[in-house]
Design a protein around this ligand. Structure first.
Ligand SMILES: Cc1cc2nc3c(=O)[nH]c(=O)nc-3n(C[C@H](O)[C@H](O)[C@H](O)COP(=O)(O)OP(=O)(O)OC[C@H]3O[C@@H](n4cnc5c(N)ncnc54)[C@H](O)[C@@H]3O)c2cc1C
Length: 410
């Protein structure tokens, strides 16, 4: 039996502690906050999308960076493993759209409760309000941690599960990056990811709160299409958000942060070709022939969007529909097929669901999560350079890497 310190009581730290304690080790979690799992509490809009029920290839495909690194972790501690654990602790789960798994109660607090219950069963000691400052290393071996209050705690193994840099009020304020650097690890540049975008156009403010379903959004740098997706998006007071935008940010956050000019082109009617949409507009016009232009689009567009489209089309809103020229109609159709939004920046880390970047995974043994630089030191969860799309995959990364480290301590 060895003595194990886990730094951080989030999803990853809790699973690391569970893994190590199940192997019979003596485990203590040092958690900065007054309670465990503060970030889990806000996941899935308070419902916690625990994991995803898809097959392994889908899980891995949804990890955007360094997914090969996760093979051992994902196969060692699967989506079924976490669901089984939570169920055994008395919390029932359900599968929703996109194979997303939630607690039946729709309460993230139940997930924290389930994990806490297992920690208690296993006798894991938890020190709250304890901020780890650094890892104590002797030659090339971790032998403990130093707390911010100067106390030194010695152990046979240290597992650092301090999370990333997003939503810092939950406790993840990047401490693990610093600790890793201090002992010789490289940390890649970090960016906010799964994050909304700021946009330039003034009209965006008028659309605040408008959610569009079944649109296609394509993101361009100059003439080059970088990413496109069908689905749902949302206009906000600062720009754009919603599922399509958050996913796009996984691919584009670096480019946007580096000030590359990114344009989002929204096809409001992706199911119709230009010609088909033109025919549809022509039909709508013919049934509104004597109306003002501004009263002719009600069947085609959400109310909030109509004044904006009219303005952008440059057609007088009081023009009678029968006076609208073919050129003007074509301009309108083009606009409906390609509403342009200029992306100026991403929102900050405090609005980012995850942090892109982190400790370089090539310096970590993927079969154990142990550092290749310092023996008996392990890194798990979001502190590593791993990130996935929404759908429960990010928490799965946290559990799988955490548990694998827990069962690998020696
Ligand atoms: C709003 C929001 C919604 C999300 N929804 C989902 C979702 O539904 N499904 C999903 O899969 N993912 C979701 N995520 C992402 C997911 O929550 C994270 O990827 C995951 O929590 C990372 O787990 P972690 O244990 O690595 O880090 P964290 O959960 O951030 O835990 C790190 C812990 O370490 C502690 N800590 C930090 N530094 C120190 C220190 N120096 N000393 C002691 N303790 C320290 C922190 O207080 C914290 O408790 C969401 C994220 C956000 C922000």
């Amino acid at each position: 039996m060895s003595k194990v310190i886990v730094v951080g009581g989030g999803a990853s730290g809790m699973l690391a502690a569970i893994g190590a304690a199940e192997c019979g080790h003596s485990v203590t979690i040092y958690e900065k906050n007054e309670k465990l799992g503060k970030k889990i509490y806000i996941t899935g809009k308070g419902r916690c999308n625990i994991t995803n029920a898809s097959e392994m290839d889908v899980l891995l495909k949804n990890v955007i960076r360094n997914n090969k690194f996760l093979y051992s972790a994902f196969y060692t501690y699967t989506n079924d493993s976490i669901v089984a654990l939570i169920n055994e602790m008395g919390v029932e789960t359900k599968i929703e759209r996109g194979n997303r798994i939630f607690p039946v109660s729709d309460k993230s607090s139940d997930v924290i409760m389930a994990l806490s219950k297992r920690l208690k069963e296993l006798g894991v000691d938890i020190k709250y309000n304890s901020i780890a400052k650094s890892v104590i290393v002797k030659e090339t071996t971790a032998i403990g941690i130093e707390l911010e209050n100067g106390n030194k705690i010695y152990a046979d193994n240290v597992i650092v599960a301090t999370g990333g840099y997003s939503y810092q009020t939950t406790g993840s304020s990047g401490d693990g990056y610093r600790m890793a650097k201090e002992v010789g690890h490289n940390v890649t540049k970090i960016y906010p990811s799964l994050v909304p975008f700021n946009a330039k156009e003034e009209y965006i403010k008028e659309l605040q709160g408008l959610s569009l379903k079944n649109v296609k959004a394509a993101f361009y740098c100059g003439d080059k299409e970088l990413y496109s997706e069908f689905g749902e998006m949302l206009f906000t007071h600062f720009g754009v958000s919603g599922p399509i935008v958050l996913s796009a940010s996984s691919y584009l956050t670096e480019k946007i942060s580096n000030n590359e000019n990114i344009t989002m082109k929204i096809d409001l009617k992706p199911a119709l070709s230009f010609e088909a949409l033109d025919a549809r507009v022509t039909k709508d016009f013919s049934s509104n022939i004597n109306k003002d232009f501004r009263n002719s689009l009600n069947d085609l567009l959400p109310k909030k969007l109509i004044p904006v489209i009219i303005n952008l089309a440059g057609i007088d809103e009081f023009k009678k529909v029968h006076d609208i020229t073919r050129e003007e109609r074509h301009k309108l159709v083009l606009l409906l097929k390609c509403l342009e939004v200029t992306i100026t920046s991403t929102r900050g880390f405090n609005e980012a669901i995850i942090t892109r970047g982190g400790i370089e995974v090539k310096e970590i043994n993927s079969s154990t999560m142990e550092s290749k630089i310092i023996k008996h030191l392990f890194f798990t969860g979001e502190v590593l350079d791993l990130d996935a799309l929404t759908g429960g995959y990010n928490l799965q990364i946290a559990y799988s890497t955490g548990y694998l480290a827990g069962i690998s301590v020696y």
